[in-house]
Each structure stands twice: as C-alpha cells, then as structure tokens.
Design a protein around this ligand. Sequence first.
Ligand code: NAP
Length: 268
Amino acid sequence: MMYLGVVGYPIKHSVSPAMHNAALKALNIEGIYLPFEVKPYEFGKAILGAKALGFKGLNITIPYKEEVLKFVRAEDVAAKIDAVNTVDLTSMLGYNTDVYGAIRALEENGIDIEDKISLVVGAGGAGKAVAFGLIERGSTVIITNRTADRGMKVAESLRRYGECIFYPYNKIEELKGKIDIIVNATPLGMKGFEIRLPIPATLLDNVVVFDTVYNPPETLLIREAKKRGCKVVYGLDMLVYQGAEAFKIWTGFDPPIKIMKEAAKSAL
Ligand code: NAP
C-alpha cells in the first residue's frame, strides 16, 4: 500500500487528492493520497511521523515550502530556490516540481522562452519558482512585487542564474511594449481573494499571459487577455504538470496526465 499526502495550513482548497487518487487508480497502484491540515507547531512532528508510519511521499504547500528544508535534503532545483513542494520520505529528499510544472505548461502551449523578456508579478513561492524556470530557459526576468523589499531580495538571489531585475509595482505600466510574457504569481483573481487585475490592462497588448491561479480556471486576467487577443496559459496546466512530476518521483511510473487534468478540473 502506497501512502501519499499533502501537508499545508489551510488545506481545504487542495485539488491534489482528487488528481493523485485518480492517477493511482488509473495505473492500478494500490495507494491513497490524503490531505493533512497541520498547525505550525506540529509541522516537524508531522513530517517525521509520516516517515515513521511508512508514507512514501508528501506534497508540501503554503506555508511550509521553506520550513520543510529543516527535515529533508534539497535536490538541485529546490536547493537553488530554497523551496520544496515534494518530498520523497524514503530518501528524505526534497524536490521542487513547481519549476518544472510552470515551464512545461508554457512549452506545451508552444511559448518561446529563450531571449524573451518576462514580467513576473509576485515574489512568493510561486513567483520565485516561475522566475527561476524562465531564467534557466534563457529569458530575462523582471520581478515586481507589492512589497518592494521582498521583490528586490528575490531578484537579487536569482541573478546568479541569469538576467533578473526588480521593477517597482507602481511603475510597471512603463513596461508597455517592452515585455513578451506576463506571469501572475499573486493570488489576485483567485476564488476567495480580491478579484482584480494584477497589472494595468494597458500591458495586455501583444504579450503571452500566464496566470498561475487555477481556481477559477478562467480568471479575470485570462478573460481580459483573451479579449485583447493575447495568447494565454492556464494555471491548471502548471498544477497538473507539477503534480505529474511529483507522482513520477514517488511511483516511478509515467503519470496519466489527461486523467489527472480531468480529475483536477472536476474537483474545482
Ligand atoms: P505566497 O508565497 O504567499 O506569495 C504571494 C505573493 O502574492 C506575494 O508576492 C505577495 O506580495 C503577492 N500578493 C498577495 N496579495 C496581493 C495583493 N492583494 N496585491 C498584490 N500582490 C499580492 O504564495 P505563493 O505560493 O507564491 O502562491 C501565489 C499564487 O500562485 C497562489 O495564490 C496560487 O493561486 C498560485 N499558485 C499556483 C500553482 C499552480 O500549480 N498553478 C502553484 C503554486 C501557486 P507581498 O510580498 O507584498 O505579500
């Protein structure tokens, strides 16, 4: 029996159980993936307890993607951005499949990244992962963030991997005509959060728009971008590809991506 799960706080919104349980079933793997809402003072006990109970792996989500590094050894990409979203409890290795998920979502949608200029809005876990992936694939990345200090620190930490600068959030309108790809890595537009555009609408002109928000799948930003003729990439694709990569790490099997996507969609 393969025991898997996701640890976060809160965790109610997660569609990962639906996605992974559908994949386990499709491949006839005897296993189960469960959500665990763990309070901050019990996080360490939860990780070590899951290992002791024989769990194979866990996804780690908000707010524990950095804290989990106290318990596992970060694999290459996770070490570079100091964030883990997938743990293999057999090896106690921590991976970051958000980077892979974001880049595969862009590539599967036929988006050229190399030598492009990307604006990443948000400097939290998702922003850092997408920015790193874009830099690795040869894009120049401009990071902007509501809290300038955090954005500047992330831009500085990523600069060792390629071109990355910070731009003040209240001035991004000045970038009109100078960028190729816009990424929303804030919760703006997500169900339960403030529903407004994370960028001035004037920037939605001849750019690719990638919204990492996946609930609802068709966000305000995606709708506005489409209206203005921009090519769009959905957060749901990133969600599925990051999950698929985690599934492969734990099981060693090729993930049934179509089935995972359908399950995630129905769970939303
Ligand atoms: P996080 O670490 O908490 O970071 C949130 C970021 O959004 C920060 O940069 C924050 O800016 C900014 N922000 C929050 N509220 C804002 C507002 N009202 N106006 C402007 N900026 C605001 O969260 P995260 O893990 O990066 O996740 C961010 C979003 O990415 C999530 O809501 C989720 O929808 C999406 N996501 C998607 C996937 C996927 O697989 N598709 C995976 C992970 C995350 P400050 O620094 O100023 O607080």
